[in-house]
Design a protein around this ligand. Structure first.
Ligand SMILES: [Zn+2]
Length: 287
């Protein structure tokens, strides 16, 4: 019996009336002039549906949070606070690396991830390979629920042939980031590009009135049975992202400043675009 699950709940208002609908089970609906009462009604329906008596609803778009035309900040995307380098990056992907952009081709191979130095902190970015691999301290992973962990495979990470306190997270499914209609995709410092050799794409979104560093996903790409955790791939790094309510729970369980995040916005499909990126044949950021 699930308890304390976090559920994405879509809402709209018209003629002084709110209409709410649960994303993972659209049969669960409520409407009325008071949004709090509608939320209580949905929570009662969740109890009947799956027995979760402590459901937490995350409204989409946020009712009192940060929203903008066509979307809203709904997720926190986990960032890293420390770095280490991969010792044997050539082995990490099935198809080795693209000779031009150096991004790994194909899926992650069975080769274990070995680090040149011992990281510190809860979340670490592993550089020297592309994409950057984000690794998580076991203390962080231990806070996650079984349902969240069922969406990923965890692999040990080594340094000097010793297993470290970190694990690599291999997602069974990732959600790609998308562009925001009307935004710019800055190309300076190769922040946005398409590799002319292998076709790999990576871009950052610069949109008016939206904090730089925000990334965007399409609401239709969130599975109907979305849990409070997803894995997002922006072409540079794959990272875990959590519904804001769930993220606040995790922050409450850790020491201050141990975790950082970047905003992840969900867009309705009318505001999604696939940017046409400048083709690149030389990469000066490769070290
Ligand atoms: Zn390439």
């Amino acid at each position: 019996m699930p308890e304390g699950g976090i559920y994405l709940c879509e809402w709209a208002a018209a003629d002084g009336e709110y209409r709410l609908r649960l994303r993972s089970n659209p049969d669960l609906q409520a409407s009325g002039p008071d949004i709090d009462e509608c939320m209580e009604e949905i929570c009662m329906q969740i109890i009947e549906w799956n027995g979760d008596g402590e459901a937490v609803l995350e409204l989409f778009p946020p009712h009192r949070g940060e929203s903008f035309p066509g979307g809203a900040i709904v997720f926190a995307r986990v960032g890293y606070t420390d770095r280490s380098r991969a010792a044997d990056y050539e082995q990490l992907f099935e198809g080795r690396a693209c000779p031009v952009c150096k991004f790994g081709l194909g899926v992650r191979s069975d080769a274990p991830l070995r680090l040149e130095s011992q990281p510190e902190g809860m979340v670490c970015g592993v550089t020297g390979c592309y994409p950057i691999l984000q690794i998580y301290h076991r203390e962080f992973v231990n806070m996650l629920a079984d349902k969240e962990l069922s969406a990923v495979e965890l692999r040990p990470v080594y340094q000097n042939d010793q297993e470290t306190d970190y694990v690599e997270v291999i997602a069974r499914k990732t959600i790609p980031t998308v562009g925001y209609k009307g935004a710019n995709y800055p190309t300076s410092f190769q922040r946005s590009f398409r590799c002319g050799e292998c076709g790999h794409e990576k871009f950052v979104v610069d949109a008016e009135n939206i904090n730089y560093g925000t990334s965007f996903i399409d609401i239709d790409d969130i599975r109907a049975d979305t849990s409070a955790m997803i894995v997002v791939d922006d072409g540079w790094c794959q990272s875990l992202a959590f519904l804001l309510s769930r993220w606040r729970q995790l922050l409450d369980q850790t020491e201050r400043h141990a975790l950082t995040s970047n905003p992840l916005a969900v867009l309705d499909s009318d505001h999604v675009e696939r940017p046409a990126l400048e083709e690149c044949t030389e990469f000066d950021w490769i070290m």
